[in-house]
Each structure stands twice: as C-alpha cells, then as structure tokens.
Design a protein around this ligand. Structure first.
Ligand code: AFP
Length: 297
C-alpha cells in the first residue's frame, strides 16, 4: 500500500497532509546531504554550530509545512522563534538530527511533533508524531494515536514514493540492545551502575550517535536508549519539545515507556522551546528500573 492511500484511510485529514508534505521533503533533504555538509559560522538556539544541511533541511520543512495552510506555527531546534502561519496544528521539529555524523555517513533523522496547543506545550498535547530515518533505507515511522506504522521510500523512475513496511509496530517482549549518549565519565553514578548491569542481562551495546538511529533499533529489537543526566548537565542534552516528547509519544504507542528519571516525559510542561531533559526511552521494565535508581539520588 502507498502512503497517500494509507493516510486517506487512517489519518485525520490535516495530519495526513502534513505527513505527505514531510515525506516528499525528506527525499529532497536526503538528496541534498552530500552537497550541503559544510560548517557555517552560525549557531542554533542551543549553541550548537550549524551545518548548511541543518539550515537547508529546516527551511525546506518550514516551507513544506506552512504552504499546506494547516499549521499555526513551526518551531524548530534550528530557529530562535517559530515560523507563524494560519492553520491550527503547532509543529515542533528537529529537522536534521545527528548532523554532526554526516561526514562518517552514520544514520541521520528528522523528528516532528504535532501539537494541539500553542508551543511550548506538554507532550500530552501531542496528536501525532513522526520521525524519518535516513539510513540504509529512508523510512517514515509515525503515530496519530492509533498504533505505530512504518513506510519506506522505493525508487520508481525519477520519484521515490513511500510503500507500507509495517503497521501497529510493538516493542518486542525480549530486550536486545542498549545505547547511552554522552561520556561515561560524565554520567551520574546510578546511570553508570545501570549501564553496567545491562550486559549481564544479555543486552548488546548498539550506539551510533544519532538519537533517531539509536531509538529506531530499540523499537525493532527491544531495549533502552538514553541521553542521561550528566554530573555537569543534570538536564541532559535532548530537547523536550523537538525530540523527547515526540519520540516518547511513538514509543508509548508501541507499548514502551519514556522517563526523565523521575516521571513520564509526556507529563513535562516545558517553559521554553529549547528546554532539555534527561531521557530514558524503550522497553517499559528497563526504563522503570533506571527511573527507580535515578529518582533515589
Ligand atoms: P547533532 O544533531 O548535533 O549531531 O546531535 C545529535 C544529538 O542531539 C542526538 O541525535 C544524539 O543522541 C546526541 O546528540 C549525541 O550526543 P553526544 O555526541 O554527546 O553523545
């Protein structure tokens, strides 16, 4: 089944149009990566040096989303202020997650949260979320609150339409992989102790340095991804609005749980667009175990 037909049958009209716009633009972004990987002099609101592909993907997705006439605003990890428009859906996005990995051809991603309220807003205001994985294949993984579904781009002549790969994806019962960001020497002791216990549980360390790529394998194989609390950065690195909450929405729809170390990521009421949080996401039993350990600090 092709994406457009699936969306027509299974998605609210506005989210279907936004998803189709993102799908089309994601192929343009993927095609542009080799030509726009140079560093710029500018930094994003989180103080990270931008690459030309960060700005290109941001502008391409902002244009694609606002031109639907369906979005009230598009907030982005790469912009100080949201782009405003006349619709009703508030979109928060990380237009290119993992761009520091372009030179090494590690997986990259794009993350989108569809919120029903003006931003910043809690993850409980999400009506849908989507991530693109630019890897061996280009895949879309999304949920509008009724299960998690995946499509893959398939070349047909000069186009790359998206074909159905799987519906109602669920985290497997058996956890197989784990990946933790940051430097181990910077983790709070409870995180380090939990990390060390995972090998003994039979899990394998799989870390690629891109949140989307690292989470994508957890969704398929079961396990846990974390960008944890650090001794010097107790609020972690990943942004609540653009990264943590949309992925927590998808993960919960797939039967998992995502925590900030004391409670559900989706319950955080971010006060600022670029607010960060420690993130522990994946199989519910593992996430609750590390949440229990960290919350005792
Ligand atoms: P970039 O988008 O700057 O490459 O950062 C990617 C990211 O935000 C996230 O995708 C990774 O999980 C995390 O950074 C990796 O951070 P470390 O390099 O500090 O482990």
């Amino acid at each position: 089944m092709k994406l457009d037909e699936f969306l027509r049958l299974n998605a609210p009209e506005d989210l279907a149009a936004l998803t189709a716009a993102i799908a089309k633009t994601s192929i343009d972004v993927w095609d542009s990566v080799p030509f726009k990987s140079g560093l710029l002099t500018e930094t994003n609101p989180s103080g990270e040096t931008q690459k030309a592909i960060d700005v290109y993907s941001n502008d391409a997705f902002v244009e694609a989303l606002t031109s639907t006439g369906l979005v009230a605003e598009v907030a982005s990890e790469e912009m100080e202020e949201p782009a405003s428009s006349k619709g009703s859906v508030s979109v928060a996005m990380d237009p290119l997650d993992g761009s520091s990995n372009v030179e090494t051809n590690n997986p990259l991603g794009s993350i989108f949260g569809f919120y029903s309220r003006k931003l910043p807003a809690s993850g409980r205001r999400l009506v849908g979320a989507l991530y693109v994985t630019y890897g061996t294949m280009v895949t879309l993984t999304f949920s509008f609150g009724k299960g998690v579904h995946r499509f893959v781009a398939v070349r047909e002549g000069g186009a790359m339409p998206f074909q159905l790969l799987g519906v109602n994806l669920r985290l497997p019962d058996k956890a197989e992989v784990y990946g933790f960001g940051g430097s181990r020497r910077e983790w709070v002791p409870e995180v380090a102790a939990f990390w060390h216990s995972l090998e003994g549980k039979g899990l394998r360390n799989r870390y690629c340095g891109t949140f989307v790529g690292d989470y994508n394998q957890v969704l398929s194989r079961g396990g846990i991804f974390s960008y944890p609390a650090l001794v010097k950065k107790p609020r972690g690195k990943l942004r609540v609005l653009f990264e943590c909450a949309p992925m927590a929405f998808i993960n919960e729809q797939a039967g998992g749980y995502a925590s900030d170390g004391s409670g559900n990521i989706l319950d955080i009421e971010p006060r600022a667009l670029a607010e960060t949080s420690p993130l522990y996401i994946g199989s519910a039993d593992l996430v609750r175990e590390v949440e229990n350990a960290v919350s005792k600090r």
